[in-house]
Design a protein around this ligand. Sequence first.
Ligand code: GDP
Length: 524
Amino acid sequence: MSQLDQEISRRRTFAIISHPDAGKTTLTEKLLWFGGAIQVAGEVRARKASRHATSDWMELEKQRGISVTSSVMQFPYRECMVNLLDTPGHEDFSEDTYRTLTAVDSATMVIDSVNGVEAQTIKLLNVCRMRDTPILTFINKLDREGKEPIDLLDEIESVLGIQCAPMTWPIGMGKRFRGVYHLYDDAIAFFDPQAEKGTAEIIQGLDNPRLDELIGSQADELRMDIELVRGASHTFDAEAYLAGKQSPVFFGSAVNNFGVQSLLDAVVDLSPAPIARPAVTRKVEPNEPKFSGFVFKIQANMDPKHRDRIAFLRVCSGRFDRGMKVKQVATGKTLSINNAITFMARDRSTTDEAWPGDIIGIPNHGSIRLGETFTEGEDLRFTGIPSFAPEHFRLARIANPLKIKQLQKGLQQLAEEGATQLFRPLSGTDLILGAVGTLQFDVVASRLENEYGVQVIFESYNCSTARWIHGDAGELKQLSERYSANVALDGADDPVYLAPNNVYLNMVKEKYPNLRFLEAREVI
Ligand code: GDP
């Protein structure tokens, strides 16, 4: 096997998705700890504390600086190199989360056993589904009185529309939580919150008398449960998992370290190594010798005055070497990348090499845009990086009209980072800003002032949702003429319908049946 093939087969690149408070931060921290990447628990939590603190601008700044280092965590585990991509927890940053999901090969979904499937989980899973991303499920907080496990599986299957294959099964819950049974290893791991790694003992076999000795009457309950579960649930099917149709399910308690190692082992044993990626003209295989990759995230660095940014690039094929010359396909320019950053979990270090599945950070001053492809020369464009219909809108006005040029430039550049979207209605000169969460408007106002010297006032704007318009050119022309205040161009000059409310949206859909009104748009 070539070194390239070897490095690819040992890469696992994944993200954790969950509704806030289900335990994503805790699980991340425990995974890093089991992976030997952090020495003490608490490091990730400290970062999160500052993250949640306030929407105050200084805090946001701090957070942006901190999250550059924490947004990709690479660590070796067993024979593999694991890349864990962080997704921002705050709901207002969810668009960033969506795009991060385009850069992974699998995801782990955390479900709170008390709350079951929650709103944000549904949204995130729908995004994974756009690419049939394989999903592992971790049902967390078994140390609390939650829903019955069988009901949780039912809920996941019916609400999320994905088959569940339990890999472990819990023994009791809450005060009676004793551990889990591994359905495929026929082993029982006993829970002990006092034990260093959450597990007191592991024994083999459901018939093992030690089982009765340790948990008494719960042993027979378990035997009956397992008979039922084996009969009533799906068995694990690797092909269905890899196709995103079935999710292997693990139970545990992240805060108590319990079940975390089984999950990490599953990431190594079950999750896919980097797979081929679609580009406009062809599919790109990871083991193609020439380097290629795409930018899925742009993050401003600590000092906003320097417009210092990091573009996060996922390597899709070939090998990246420090100092390598790569082509920025969108501009045709060749860049020499001497200062790329990698993300070994403990700190940032300068990259010497990176392989498919790895993420590198490229410092720049605004010359790299979201969604861009970099190659060793070929004119490839990777597809599938989504931009989502914003749900909040503001009309941008400035105190000093002489600064209109700076305002336009600032809004355009900030929109290119992907946090907000800029719309210009066909009639008039209004600049409309759209965002997935309202916190983004504070960020934009503050950055416009600091970085562009423009004081902006955001006014409310009568729009409830935006839809990208595709389809019949004749109908698009009619729609544009009839509703020129509601049809706008986005940052890439694509037409968008700004719907004042759902009644209007339904009306234009009926009136122009050959147009499609899409909730997401691909950035290419
Ligand atoms: P996130 O918002 O998804 O990142 O969730 P956190 O990791 O911050 O967890 C939310 C809360 O749930 C915190 O107070 C955690 O201590 C708690 N938590 C996490 N895992 C468990 C668990 O296994 N059992 C219990 N009882 N609480 C947990």
